[in-house]
Design a protein around this ligand. Structure first.
Ligand SMILES: Cc1ncc(COP(=O)(O)O)c(C=O)c1O
Length: 501
């Protein structure tokens, strides 16, 4: 409903926005306003409120691209009004998505001929890609079980406990049990030996991560493939592998081309990658590619007759923007293999500078590995007085957005900070960040310990709430107290299980 501008507005229109009544009244939060407002006033008040958001370039919590070349920004704006799903109307856009799928499939060594079309689709991000890949595995497994006359109502997926939350979403939404290999202190990725032990006849696939969200570390897909092949031979189950290469898919092929993690391994049937992470496109694009046509059950593909033509689709949503797909194709042809390689080398080099700067302080243990996604995850050597959560909080003062989080089971007593090094995070920013961290360490050292206060609170709460009935005195180990303090902190910081992405 649009109601025309009130008569009194015409006088207001001749004033500067800041001399008008629009900056004096609170903006509506629940109901649409009865009257219109001038476009420049609407722009100004929204733009001003958005100033309170963080600066995306300083948001080191996110893998997602925050800078693209102005020429690509122009292409994005020129296609902002194109609905991707209108394939008949925008055939060139559809063709660009197909070219991107082919390029990615070749990058991941899919067994397709030079001029053969690969099997895959553009998605909103890796989460949608993972839902689609998971559905394909579930349906294939169900079909096989039905044909064998066996029950098909208890599918499961084996993953590490370090999987990103989208796997939990997939499991819950599509009724698949998630069997997680627990982590241990010092080993923060899925152990292939334990994963294969957990595989049973109801396992639809094992999901390995190329670039753990928590530490950037690559899981050993080759070892997983070898162990699973052996188990498949012994059992006849034929359990396949999916690789969640959300971040690593656009790093490993350029930096470690000999690392075997992709379709070179026979059990790898599908791979997802986020175009909007190291694919170097703004938020809103991901990809999933299947090894062959046979790995994507035909009954999942919808053939819709839309506006006059047959369109095969396999996505969860219908309408979406075209810009990100066009931007992905721009990056592929603009940068080429050489350009991606140089950018990834720079990211790894800047991550090294940051890592060495942090090591020099003598205060941190580096948890991330050099071979992996360019990020630095680090924990405090001594968190008996101050925690990584306090450091994250203090760094916000300088504008840095750096997440602090605890590891998943069974390493939840380890709390880390994580800095993702993206294309637009250069060496001088890395050096500045180190000096700000040093400053924050100095300042927190001079403050009274909040851990001690919280620990005494935790113990006091424990004694009054849980244990006073028994009139027992409770003595807690420092690790127990640390775990409780960490939990206590998590009530104050965003309680995201895997930090930001
Ligand atoms: C390993 C992994 N998988 C999946 C996702 C989800 O990706 P997206 O944000 O593209 O949906 C992330 C995000 O960080 C991730 O790190």
């Amino acid at each position: 409903m649009v109601i025309s501008t009130a008569a009194t507005d015409s006088d207001e229109n001749s004033y500067s926005t800041f001399a008008s009544r629009y900056v004096r009244t609170a903006l509506p939060r629940f109901k649409m306003p009865g009257n219109s407002m001038p476009k420049d006033a609407a722009y100004q008040v929204i733009n001003d409120e958005l100033m309170l958001d963080g600066n995306p370039r300083l948001n080191l919590a996110s893998f997602v691209t925050t800078w693209m070349e102005p020429e690509c920004n122009d292409l994005i704006m020129a296609s902002i009004n194109k609905n991707y799903v209108d394939m008949d109307e925008y055939p060139v856009t559809t063709e660009l998505q197909n070219r991107c799928v082919n390029i990615i499939a070749h990058l991941f060594n899919a067994p397709v001929g030079e001029k053969e079309t690969a099997v895959g689709v553009g998605t909103v991000g890796s989460s949608e890609a993972i839902m689609l890949a998971g559905l394909a595995f579930k349906r294939k497994w169900q079909n096989k079980r039905k044909a064998e006359g066996k029950p098909y109502d208890k599918p499961n997926i084996v993953t590490g406990a370090n999987v990103q939350v989208c796997w939990e979403k997939f499991a819950r939404y599509f009724e698949v049990e998630l069997k997680e290999v627990k982590l241990t202190e010092g080993y923060y990725v899925m152990d292939p030996v334990k994963a294969v032990e957990m595989v049973d006849e109801n396992t639809i696939c094992v999901a390995a991560i190329l670039g753990s969200t928590l530490t950037g570390e690559f899981e050993d897909v080759k070892l997983l493939n070898d162990l699973l092949s052996k188990k498949n031979k012994e059992t006849g189950w034929n359990t396949p592998i999916h690789v969640d290469a959300a971040s690593g898919g656009f790093i490993a092929p350029f930096i470690w081309p000999d690392l075997e993690w992709d379709f070179r391994l026979p059990l790898v049937k599908s791979i997802n990658v986020s175009g909007h992470k190291y694919g170097l496109v703004y938020a809103g694009v991901g990809w999933v590619v299947w090894r062959t046509k046979e790995d994507l059950p035909d009954e999942l593909i919808f053939h819709i007759n839309y506006l006059g033509s047959d369109q095969p689709t396999f996505t969860l949503n219908f309408s979406k923007g075209s810009s990100q797909i066009i931007a992905q194709y721009y990056q592929f042809i603009r940068l080429g293999f050489e350009g991606y390689k140089r950018i990834m080398e720079n990211c790894l080099e800047n991550a090294r500078v940051l890592r060495e700067g942090l090591e020099k302080t003598g205060r941190f243990d580096i948890v991330s590995k050099e071979k992996g996604v360019p990020l630095v995850a680090f924990s405090l050597k001594d968190s008996s007085k101050h925690t990584v959560f306090e450091i994250a909080e203090s760094l916000r003062r300088f504008g840095w957005i750096i997440p602090a989080y605890t590891m998943p089971a069974n390493a939840q007593h380890i709390a880390v900070l994580r800095v993702v090094v993206r294309e637009d995070f250069n060496r001088s920013l890395a050096e500045r960040l180190v000096s700000h961290i040093e400053q924050v360490l100095k300042e927190t050292d001079s403050l009274p310990s909040r851990v001690a206060v919280q620990a005494s609170h935790v113990v006091a709460v424990d004694e009054t709430e849980d244990n006073m009935d028994d009139q027992k005195t409770v003595k807690k180990s420092s690790r127990e107290i640390q775990e409780k303090v960490t939990l206590y902190w998590r009530r104050f910081v965003s309680d995201k299980r895997t930090g930001a992405c």
